[in-house]
Design a protein around this ligand. Structure first.
Ligand SMILES: NC(=O)c1ccc[n+]([C@@H]2O[C@H](COP(=O)([O-])OP(=O)(O)OC[C@H]3O[C@@H](n4cnc5c(N)ncnc54)[C@H](OP(=O)(O)O)[C@@H]3O)[C@@H](O)[C@H]2O)c1
Length: 364
């Protein structure tokens, strides 16, 4: 059990995981939660990170700050993904250590495991085969983070643990269609397509204002969907060509790969659970998979999201785009054996997330 008096630094508290950790720890009665925005403390700046830890008397760190993104973002910015993730991790772990912080939780990712690893993936499968090339720089930085924590534990008897979450979703997710992960992208694409089917161009404009620009090819697709439903687009300059290859929601890849999803509130609960584990049950590696133990095809996920959002039109799979790893289901038996299990089922979690998405869009 963690003492409620600990001073806990939640690094990356404005992000999806960090904000969920903050909510959950507050709910559980932790009162000394320390946060810094990127403007207040750029974690790439080693000197600033040093001064922060030397002056703030932190007891425990949750390291949820990172450069995160989907396949397209990883493909476009591989240098930033490896550099920023390595630098933030090295700065926070080392400066925590130098300031005497004995407890830290590092947020890794399931992409650290081999592309064609045995299913479900166990913690012991780390570094047993080649990685998925599209996000290899990011995965290598995450693996370095795990090894950094393990090395400090071995040499200095710290308690620097790592969790490897599966794909997460929930409040404060990234809905920018150029950089988002699959589930938020599906929610936004189907929502926009539903608005186009209804001819609700004002709704589309409001969505853009809140969540950011919609790429031109998707705008053209929305015009096609609207026009197929008998609604003329009021944006002739941008919507004039309709959807190339038919009216429908265009999704990346074949829809055949399997993925696993966990609501971020369950993830926050797992973070607290892992940091509260007794030393004797942690094990040598200090590394825990966190998932729901079940996966589904992206095609089936798309059907689920379309149903929840209320879009009834066609889906067009763009097979020129990469599928990524065919399957990566996590084996969560290590954490289950110690008493943790997820509580939010996928359908319920997506419903909640879509409700939050709509509320956030209206909040402008
Ligand atoms: N999302 C997922 O599906 C998923 C799955 C597996 C693992 N994870 C892991 O969970 C962790 C958090 O992911 P997330 O989805 O919550 O990401 P996110 O929403 O993008 O949040 C990242 C956070 O890190 C902060 N940050 C990044 N660089 C920083 C810097 N140089 N200085 C200060 N703050 C910085 C961001 O601040 P700004 O907002 O100011 O940029 C933001 O608060 C990551 O380690 C990620 O690998 C996520």
């Amino acid at each position: 059990m963690l003492s409620k008096n600990l001073r806990i630094f939640v690094a990356g508290h404005t992000g999806m995981v960090g904000s969920a950790v903050l909510r959950h720890f507050k709910q559980e009665g932790f009162e000394h939660l320390v946060t810094r925005t990127r403007q207040e403390l750029d974690l790439l700046d080693q000197q600033a990170v040093r001064v922060f830890f030397q002056t703030e008397a932190i007891d425990l760190v949750i390291l949820a700050a990172a450069k995160v993104g989907g396949i397209e973002a990883n493909r476009s910015f591989p240098a930033e993904f490896i550099y920023e993730n390595l630098a933030v991790t090295v700065n926070v772990v080392h400066e925590s250590f130098s300031a005497g912080v004995r407890q830290l939780l590092f947020l890794g990712s399931s992409c650290i495991y081999p592309k064609l690893g045995p299913q479900p993936l166990k913690e012991e499968h780390l570094l047993t085969g080649p990685l998925e090339p599209t996000n290899e720089p990011y995965a290598v930085a995450k693996i370095a983070g795990i090894k950094l924590c393990q090395a400090y534990n071995r040499q200095y008897s710290t308690r620097y643990l790592s969790v490897m979450p599966t794909n997460l979703y929930g409040p404060n997710d990234n809905y920018d269609l150029r950089t988002s992960h699959v589930l938020p992208a599906l929610i936004r694409k189907f929502h926009l397509a539903k608005l186009a089917q209804q001819g609700d161009w004002d709704g589309i404009a409001a969505d853009q204002q809140h969540w950011g620009a919609i790429p031109d090819d998707i705008l053209a697709g929305l015009a096609g969907i609207g026009e197929a439903a008998g609604h003329r687009s009021p944006f002739p300059g941008r919507f004039q060509n309709g959807a190339a290859g038919g009216a429908g929601v265009r999704l990346w890849g074949s829809g055949r790969p399997y993925r696993e999803f966990l609501h971020v509130d369950d993830m926050a609960d797992a973070c607290l659970f892992v940091m509260g584990l007794d030393a004797e049950v942690i094990g040598d590696q200090g590394l825990f998979n966190v998932g729901c133990g079940q996966d589904l095809r992206i095609g089936d996920l798309a059907t689920l999201v379309a149903d929840i959002v209320g879009f009834s039109g066609a889906v067009i799979w763009d097979r020129t785009q990469p599928d990524g790893t065919p399957r990566k289901r996590l084996d969560i038996s290590e954490l289950r054996r110690r008493g943790w299990s997820p509580k939010i089922a996928l359908e319920e979690g997506v419903r909640r997330t879509y409700t939050t998405y709509l509320a956030d869009t209206r909040r402008r």
